[in-house]
Design a protein around this ligand. Sequence first.
Ligand SMILES: O=P(O)(O)OC[C@H]1O[C@H](O[C@H]2O[C@H](CO)[C@@H](O)[C@H](O)[C@H]2O)[C@H](O)[C@@H](O)[C@@H]1O
Length: 279
Amino acid sequence: MAETESQPRPLEERRPQLHNRLADAAGLLVCLDFDGTLAPIVEDPDAAVPTERNRNAVATLAATPGITTAVVSGRALTDVRERVDGPAIYAGNHGLELARNGSIAVHPVARKRAARIDRLCSILETALSSVPNCRIENKRLTGTVHFRSVPPAAEPTVRRITHGVVDRFGGDAVEISTGKRILEIGPDFPWGKGNAVELIAADEPPATTVVYIGDDVTDESAFRAVEPDGIGIRVGGTGPSSASYRVESPVEVASFLSWLGSTGAELAAADEPPAATAD
Ligand SMILES: O=P(O)(O)OC[C@H]1O[C@H](O[C@H]2O[C@H](CO)[C@@H](O)[C@H](O)[C@H]2O)[C@H](O)[C@@H](O)[C@@H]1O
């Protein structure tokens, strides 16, 4: 597991090096964040959809032998599953729920605290109802306060009210974290996307190379989980990251995934035993 952050290098310059790394891999696990990675960030969270090229690239990867695909999102599992088809595995609520092999596992601590999250979301709905365009997304195991479309002058009010409500009614069991123009309310214990990625990777054959692509703070724990043996790719931003590589946007994610699809198929074909020939 990588412990340090540094400036990721532009991925485009490193494709030959990546090709060599992939050629040495026994298999490939491709884990993908959703918002800001497969889908461009938009004002209305309900309107977020993957770009067409990302949708096609994910479908191609999912159908390629030797490649396992997973989507690892902060959204609720039921929500993100409806937004992108193909992957064998989905993790929702930042890894608190995991769907694979035909069953869904929910972290037991998160399950116990779900009623409290639900109550906090209801209280916040009322407490923030007078703030224009403020939106509460109740994801059952976590809740999100959206302020992307809130007038800038009202942002401090959103923060003050959210912290006040969580301090008063959340107790020690709940914490607030941040994301892109959101406040996330979730159970206060150390579990994140990195833990989910470790669980997913543990099911893959040894010497599988793990790729993780994400754009936000909660993706950093996943980069730490896969690096340095795996490949972390940060989407956007300018600051340091635990990912080794950076791409600029979901458009560049699609270019990389398309390349990965053709490279993966080529490498899988190279691993096939030669076809028998007639004498
Ligand atoms: O882990 P992710 O799949 O990236 O999910 C993180 C959060 O994404 C969503 O919010 C973000 O995207 C919205 C749509 O583009 C945008 O309006 C919002 O400002 C962003 O923060 C989602 O609604 C959250 O539940 C996720 O936690």
